[in-house]
Design a protein. Structure first.
Length: 301
């Protein structure tokens, strides 16, 4: 997933989706690594874990969409899927809404039961509830599941939803994998994060082009366009794209610099003769970097 800021930098994320990871290996479902390169020289300037970054930026995107489309006084959040993404989805929403109650459900009862402990730092009333109850009581619902291709929907088609309900649909990230019933999509204003990508692998796979509403980018550029949408059913079709990774990396790098976190390493080989890759003697600049790195390692020790 690449993003380029011309003349400044290129951010590139390699990411894997492995639903069996938590049960088989005790690893996150989504694992990734994000690299930052200088756009002028091509040199690698930073390397960062993509697990936390992806979870945080996905939650942040939902909060931005919800602030535009959901009722401002939304207090009840429903979570269909109680895994890792549920934590950051809920955390982000509490930054912009007066949330006081959470209803959650998961195909694995232990995931739903453990969510309260994982989000205890938020101080909220977290209850395990069936999807029909979540649909009836929630102001905002986030669907973040590992439903298989063709296995949806995860919200019941016959549920009675609140008229102003806003849904952040997070889990559709493969061709044929969707979480929401088609009738629900057609009744709502569906706002994709990246329209072309969403038509390929998001909830928008189920819709014709004319059935898709304003994108998140269009709403951010013209927030007034969202005013008339807050009193009706709205859906954010979140497929995740590289600009989000780039911005999240910017924030994390700023935090690392502010708190002196991270490790400086010389990964690239810069030969003494730029035309001879076998010239193993480091350049003067590399020698200085190596000395600085050694000094940093000593100081940290």
């Amino acid at each position: 997933m690449p993003h380029r800021e011309a003349g400044d930098s290129i951010t590139l994320k390699a990411v894997g989706y492995s639903p069996a990871n938590p049960g088989r290996f005790g690893l996150p479902t989504i694992i990734g690594t994000v690299a930052r390169f200088d756009d002028t020289t091509g040199s690698l300037t930073a390397l960062i874990d993509g697990v936390l970054l992806t979870a945080i930026r996905t939650g942040a995107a939902s909060a931005v969409a919800s602030r535009l489309l959901a009722a401002p006084d939304s207090r009840v959040v429903g979570l269909i899927g109680s895994g890792a993404q549920a934590v950051t989805q809920l955390h982000a929403l509490t930054r912009v809404f007066p949330v006081d109650r959470v209803l959650t459900w998961d195909t694995d009862p232990s995931h739903a039961a453990s969510l309260a402990d994982r989000v205890a730092f938020l101080g909220l009333d977290v209850q395990v509830a069936e999807p029909h109850r979540i649909a009836a009581e929630a102001d905002i619902i986030c669907t973040a599941t590992t439903v298989p291709v063709g296995g949806g929907p995860v919200l019941p088609a016959d549920a009675v939803f609140r008229p102003h309900l806003h849904i952040n649909a997070i889990g559709a990230d493969l061709v044929g994998k969707t979480e929401l019933p088609l009738d629900l999509l057609r009744r709502a204003h569906v706002s994709p994060d990246h329209p072309e990508q969403a038509r390929h692998e998001g909830e928008c796979q189920q819709l014709e082009p004319h059935e898709i509403g304003l994108s998140l980018g269009e709403l951010c550029a013209d927030p007034a366009a969202a005013d008339a949408l807050r009193s009706r059913l709205t859906i954010f079709d979140s497929t995740g794209f590289a600009l989000e990774d780039h911005l999240a990396m910017e924030v994390l790098l700023e935090v690392a610099a502010e708190h002196d976190l991270g490790l400086r390493l010389q990964i690239e080989h810069h030969p003494a003769d730029a035309l001879d890759p076998y010239a193993l003697t480091p350049t003067h600049a590399d020698a200085g970097t190596a000395a600085n790195t050694a000094a940093m390692a000593v100081n940290r020790t």
